[in-house]
Design a binder for this molecule. Structure first.
Ligand SMILES: Cc1cc2nc3c(=O)[nH]c(=O)nc-3n(C[C@H](O)[C@H](O)[C@H](O)COP(=O)(O)O)c2cc1C
Length: 204
């Protein structure tokens, strides 16, 4: 097997280490965060750190990188207290990846890609039109991670839109029916296949 110790990691080339450490924890969710500033500047950015935090109340979390450069998504979330989470489908991978480019806050990624903003249910942030799963989220709290300067944002899921055909009778959402992709590392996009669903596990 290939082997690394923490001493090895420290001596690795920067890009190699980024690729290695970003991929070893497994496949991650792929989402576009839609937000808007107080001045009305829309923003769209890909995030792979959005995770389910709890179902009652319905919460999710995401990690924002250190504020050493302008972070438009973070700034907008703090200003407006609302944002959207939108799933990415197979045919939108290139545009989704492009939203990670560092654009000035006055330039909207909606104008630099084929994604279109969609406003509905009076939600104060743009959804991504035609995304199979769209969540309207509200900022709840923030936890600074002193070890690396990142921040964990906790948000409540306030409104949910799911494309017809994905929602199953028991509430489970079959993401594979929307060709929704996942991320391996920082630049490899994969299309998962459901192998099976199992019953709630109980001790034998
Ligand atoms: C696949 C992928 C996943 C990413 N995930 C995150 C993430 O979880 N948190 C983060 O702060 N940045 C993440 N980024 C970087 C942001 O997309 C990038 O910094 C973007 O420019 C942020 O835009 P903003 O300044 O408009 O918020 C990711 C980039 C890529 C390509």
């Amino acid at each position: 097997m290939d082997f690394f110790s923490s001493e090895n990691l420290d001596s690795l080339n920067k890009i190699y280490r980024i690729n290695l450490v970003n991929s070893i924890t497994g496949y991650k969710s792929a989402n576009l965060i839609g937000s808007i500033s107080n001045k009305g500047a829309e923003n769209l950015a890909i995030f792979s750190s959005i995770t389910h935090l709890g179902s009652n109340p319905a919460l999710l979390s995401l990690f924002v990188r250190p504020n050493v450069v302008p972070r438009n998504t973070y700034k907008n979330i703090k200003e407006k207290k609302v944002f959207t989470v939108n799933h990415i489908s197979k045919e939108k991978i290139d545009d989704a990846h492009h939203t990670s480019a560092k654009y000035d806050e006055n330039i909207s990624e909606f104008d630099k890609t084929n994604f279109q903003p969609e406003y509905k249910e009076n939600w104060g942030a743009p959804f991504v039109k035609d995304s199979a799963v769209q969540l309207g989220c509200k900022y709840v709290d923030e936890y600074y991670i002193k070890e690396n300067g990142c921040s964990m944002i906790v948000a409540s899921i306030e409104i949910i839109f799911i494309r017809k055909g994905l929602l199953q009778n028991d509430g489970w959402v079959d993401l594979s029916k929307g060709d929704i992709i996942t991320i391996n590392g920082l630049d490899a996009y994969a299309l998962p296949e459901t192998v099976k669903r199992l019953k709630y596990a109980r001790p034998k």
